[in-house]
Design a protein around this ligand. Sequence first.
Ligand SMILES: C[S@@+](CC[C@H](N)C(=O)[O-])C[C@H]1O[C@@H](n2cnc3c(N)ncnc32)[C@H](O)[C@@H]1O
Length: 323
Amino acid sequence: MLPVTSMPWQQAWQAALYGPGGLYRQPAGPAGHFATSTQGAPGLGPVLAGALVRWMREEGLTTFVDVGCGRGELLAHVHALDPAMRCIGLDVVPRPEDLPGPVEWLEAPGGPDLPASLGGLEDALVVANEWLDVVPCPVAEVDVAGVLREVLVDPSDGSEGLGQELQGPDLHWCQRFWPPADASPGDRVEVGRARDEAWEALLGRLVSGIAVAVDYGHVRGARPAAGTLTGFRAGHHVVPVPDGSCDITAHVAMDSLPHDELVDQRSALRRLGVDGSRRPGYELARADPTAYLRALGEASAAAALTARGGLGDFLWAVTRVRR
Ligand SMILES: C[S@@+](CC[C@H](N)C(=O)[O-])C[C@H]1O[C@@H](n2cnc3c(N)ncnc32)[C@H](O)[C@@H]1O
């Protein structure tokens, strides 16, 4: 018997992260639980921001929008590098007090939903770094009869059971993008339709420019049979219990998102001038030790952002929107 409190993962996950007292509404913010390209080791954010600012200049873009921006870490770096760029951040908390004055802020409902006031974005670069992996989605599992059923969870302790057979648009999404490999009992699917629709809705707010979803993910042919749903608390992997005490995340099926180009972060950043294999020469150390130390810091940030088996394997789904 399943406890009466069990509910579909998507519903429990949404409440745990974005409901009253949800994880992302708490003071620690994302940086209190895990490191990302924007707020991880010192120096990563400025190097990433530098690449994005160069890209915006090359493309003639004048507005930078960061969706799911945490506490505005990347926005602050972009603003510092080019105060003339209009910067807009979106997250589920009120505007952090320490953000530079000109940086604009929109409070969002959380998960797949965007604020109504976001729209008409022209000549904008819209970046969503690790947003879609925290957009809750249904979790399904193959039962002993080979049928894909929705997984239910008890929010009080994370215990699971199987619910109804997956049907309708979610089942169609699985058949198209993630048919369980050999339908062995226990194989799982994180149904990415909710992420696709959230991304499509964001693209609909862009009149002209470029939108980039950056996330850890997978593509058809390399889906993880056991699924990827997991929890993070204070820097550690934990069992995902949807009670607001930990982050809950699942990798993104990046190839099902509407996109023009899918490229790994290593290649994307290399194109934007971030080369993780370069080191400053010793002649610089002799001529200008301060400049050498700065260059060394930038080189190690570039190496971390493009590392194999690390941030460099993240995928960028890039969409261009033209008037
Ligand atoms: C995994 S964190 C990534 C934070 C930041 N982008 C970074 O790279 O460190 C995801 C963030 O997305 C935010 N978020 C989730 N749904 C959102 C939505 N619909 N609109 C705006 N922010 C959202 C969460 O509150 C959280 O701060």
